[in-house]
Write a protein that binds this ligand. Structure first.
Ligand code: NAD
Length: 374
């Protein structure tokens, strides 16, 4: 069974799908692992380390794709490469199937079995495969560092001979995986942290990290789907939320926004007027930049200064910590492979919730209930 890892071609992409440590563990299970020349280099994993772990280095990309039984990557490879894959082979990567109909059709026509790392269900049993959580956690951590780095003030309280310095005030909007890690990191840096999320269950988690939960009165208690994701707020609730955030934004040094609603544009939480009322030198780090932004003024991929407020709209943050992001993704990938492989052969049991939800196409059919019900 040939397992292949190509070099990532995406702009800003420095991660690699398998690290040498995981290659070693999978080689021991009898897999023939092939990796494209210098695929790990951007994340500081060297070809010789892969070789020592048991992988062969392949310089011909076409050969890598055409001979693979299982091909794993971070981002979906370009269609030209997918066109080289043989019928019955398996592709595992972030597929974002709902947004990539053309690619899904190609995979179906070519009878490639495609699994989406973004489609792994958020259930306890699949926690060790949950690459979305791994990457969100990195994004939250880095967002707090980016905010601190851009700020012209200290984060912690300082008692110095030149007087006492007050700690920075950080407001985190959206306390899912990324938001909670942003809170934890800002707290470790010594800031005073407040956070808000529309899911009431989050309050306890926010408080357990030592942050204060911001209350917005009269929000619908049923703001959470069965899968634990947020529902879109009604227009009057959104307006009430913005009024509360406005008051807290005026006093904040850093705002980190992470709010997302699956399948919808990112909710607008910070308006132009709120930015105008923030103090000079304040920083907004908008982790939802890729999905349209939680701040009205965010421009994805840029840092701007508007009314002396710095608005950072970062893209592909996990790639900025490529070494550990690759390590975490690689471990998530290995857990999924272990779930699928029986005596070294992939098996697809669609009675199993993880396999069913993660498999997008198989033998020329759409399997994913998410796609079928869309
Ligand atoms: P996400 O990235 O989809 O959204 C980020 C956060 O934004 C969420 O907490 C959401 O409630 C919040 N949000 C949405 N609209 C908002 C608004 N208008 N104002 C403020 N906040 C808003 O979420 P995620 O981090 O991927 O987590 C989604 C869910 O999955 C959570 O319930 C999480 O606990 C759960 N989860 C479970 C597991 C597991 O059990 N294995 C693993 C990971 C995540």
């Amino acid at each position: 069974m040939i397992l292949a890892i190509p070099k990532e071609l995406g702009e800003r992409e420095k991660r690699v799908a398998l690290t040498p440590e995981t290659v070693g563990k999978l080689s021991d299970k009898g897999l023939d692992i092939r990796i494209e020349t210098a695929a790990g280099m951007p994340a500081n994993y060297l070809d010789e380390t892969y070789q020592e772990a048991g992988a062969s280095i392949v310089s011909d990309r076409n050969e890598l794709f055409s001979e693979a039984d299982i091909l794993i990557s971070i981002q979906t490879p370009p269609q030209k490469d997918l066109g080289q894959m043989k019928a019955g082979s398996i592709l595992i990567c972030f597929l974002w199937a709902l947004q990539n109909e053309e690619t899904v059709n190609l995979l179906k026509e070519k009878e490639i079995t495609a699994l989406g790392m973004d489609a792994i269900p958020r259930i306890s049993r699949a926690q060790n495969m949950d690459a979305l959580s791994s990457m969100s956690s990195i994004a939250g951590y880095k967002a707090a560092l980016m905010g601190a780095n851009k700020l012209d003030r200290y984060m912690p309280m300082m008692m110095t001979a030149a007087g006492t310095i007050a700690p920075a005030k950080v407001l985190v909007l959206g306390a899912g995986v990324a938001g909670l890690q942003a809170i934890a990191t800002a707290k470790r840096l010594g800031a005073v942290v407040e956070a808000f999320d529309i899911r009431p269950t989050v309050k306890e988690q926010v408080e357990s990290l030592g942050a204060t939960f911001v209350e917005v009165p009269d929000l619908d208690e049923e703001s959470e789907t069965e899968g634990g994701y947020a529902k879109e707020l009604a227009e009057d609730e959104q307006e009430r939320q913005r009024q509360v955030i406005h008051e807290h934004a005026k006093k904040s040094d850093i705002i980190i926004t992470t709010a997302l609603i699956p399948g919808k544009p990112a909710p607008l939480l910070i308006t132009k007027e709120m930015v105008q009322d923030m103090h000079a030198g304040a920083v907004i780090v908008d982790l939802a930049a890729e999905q349209g932004g939680n701040c009205e003024l965010t421009e994805a991929g840029t840092t701007q200064s508007i009314n002396e407020v710095n608005i950072v709209g970062p893209l592909n943050i996990p790639s900025m910590l490529a070494y550990h992001a690759s390590q975490m993704y690689s471990k998530n990938m290995m857990a999924l492979l272990n779930h699928l492989l029986e005596d070294g052969e992939p098996t697809f049991d669609f009675e199993d919730e993880i396999t069913l939800n993660t498999t997008i196409t198989h033998q020329g059919e759409i399997i994913s209930p998410m796609l079928k019900n869309n």
